[in-house]
Design a binder for this molecule. Sequence first.
Ligand code: SF4
Ligand code: SF4
Length: 60
Amino acid sequence: MVKIVVDNAKCTGCETCVNTCPVGVYEIKESKSVPVKLDECLVCRACEAQCPEGAIQVIE
Ligand code: SF4
Ligand code: SF4
């Protein structure tokens, strides 16, 4: 199963990943991105590519 790691030290809560993910995996909680619907992930890696801080790792 896919695993998503968000580096909270890098995440600014910009919501780019929330707006990029086609299936709504992310929510912002306390100004940090949390992959709350991981089971929906299509492993398209758009979030990883678009995060301006390089805070997301999608691991298969
Ligand atoms: S795109 Fe990156 S910096 Fe922005 S909220 Fe998502 S994980 Fe955080
Ligand atoms: S890899 Fe694609 S489907 Fe999975 S969380 Fe990132 S943007 Fe969403």
